[in-house]
Design a protein around this ligand. Structure first.
Ligand code: UT7
Length: 325
């Protein structure tokens, strides 16, 4: 039976020029390079320049993804942008990127699932493609988390960074088997009871201001390993594959200990886990496409490889996307 599959036709990423090391943060809050490395694996993060917006980072990543796919914006039907740090409350950052790409056809919208945003956006794009409503979709994860950090709160400000990544998803013919190229399955979850473990203490409807990120890190950590291992297991089960069949995992980059713990729980060789958290810190919705682009450019992913993307974030939200490259 012939089915439509969403294949990643190209990817790109962009990081702001400015790098801030852990050592530099020692001058900002009561912290140490040693503590940050030992508890998180983070060594540095990129921070957007003044006036450099989420849409600017997204645009650069998108141009690179289009070039990688050898496509122009004319060929896109849809733009889906995952962010928790939009340029404005409205309109969507996706429409700003659309305009900057010179695209006046199709549609563009934002998706908000914080650190799980890119997986949510990919799942949404995949459904548009499989239902025949779009053939080429630009999917972006872009954040300027530095703008919502409380730079006096050492428990959060050392953990995050800015950046953007993008992929082009294109419709291809498949046979409906797990040997097809493209996205084989996506699984999304949320549980709003955990809102107050990771949130921003402001918003247009509550405080009429942006607010700052607040997190009960230890509790988030506890849920993360379990939820991520569960959703990866669910994805493998859905397509009849086992942990041994996985060639590479591109996880959301929040904490090296979460990545190690999830790999161990799933029985996946740590060598198969793409790790960029030491260089980028946690860039929320941007972290998976940033890590994916790096892995692709390093030649770590080959045609036919089984790839898992997985993330967990505020809400709580979590999810996974299993694809064959
Ligand atoms: O992307 C969305 C998902 N987010 C996550 O997945 C984040 C999940 N959580 C984590 O990654 C970790 O819980 C953290 C990295 C946030 C914290 O690590 P932890 O090992 O859970 O540390 P903790 O919160 O239990 O704090 C241990 C100690 C505390 O001191 P006391 O109370 O033991 O005296 C903190 O005050 O470390 C202290 N501490 C710091 N010390 C130096 C907290 N932040 C810092 C800091 N520098 N930046």
């Amino acid at each position: 039976m012939s089915v439509i599959r969403s294949v990643i036709a190209g990817c790109g990423s962009y990081l702001p020029e400015k790098v801030v090391t852990n050592k530099q943060l020692e001058d900002v809050v009561d912290t140490s390079d040693e503590w940050i490395i030992e508890r998180t694996g983070i060594r540095q993060r990129h921070i957007a320049a003044e006036g450099e917006l989420t849409s600017d980072l997204a645009l650069e990543a998108s141009k690179r993804a289009l070039a990688d796919a050898d496509m122009t914006a004319d060929e896109l039907d849809l733009i889906i942008l995952a962010t928790a740090t939009p340029d404005q409350t409205f309109p969507s950052t996706a429409t700003r990127v659309q305009a900057a790409l010179g695209m006046t056809h199709g549609a563009a919208f934002d998706v908000q699932a914080v650190c799980s945003g890119f997986v949510y956006a990919l799942a949404t794009a995949d459904n548009f493609i499989r239902s025949g409503q779009a053939r080429n979709v630009l999917v972006i994860g872009a954040e300027t988390f530095s703008r919502i950090l409380d730079w006096e709160d050492r428990t959060t400000c050392v953990l995050f960074g800015d950046g953007a990544g993008a992929v082009i998803l294109s419709a291809h013919e498949g046979e409906g088997k797990n040997t097809d190229r493209g996205i084989l399955t996506t699984h999304l979850h949320s549980d709003g009871r955990y809102n107050d473990l990771l949130y921003v203490d402001g918003g247009p409807s509550s405080t009429k201001s942006t607010g700052y990120l607040r997190m009960k890190g230890r509790e988030v950590f506890r849920h993360a390993v379990k939820n991520l291992a569960d959703v990866v297991g669910e994805s493998l089960h859905a397509v009849g594959l086992a942990a041994d069949d996985v060639d590479i995992v591109v996880p959301h980059q929040a904490n090296k200990r979460i990545l190690d713990g999830t790999a161990k729980k799933l029985g996946i060789d740590p060598e198969k886990i793409v790790m960029t958290v030491h260089k980028h810190a946690n860039t929320s919705a941007a972290s998976i496409p940033l890590a994916l682009d790096e892995a692709v450019k390093q030649g770590r992913i080959s045609t036919g490889d089984v790839v898992i993307l997985e993330a967990m974030g505020g809400g709580f939200t979590w999810g996974a996307c299993l694809l064959r490259w």
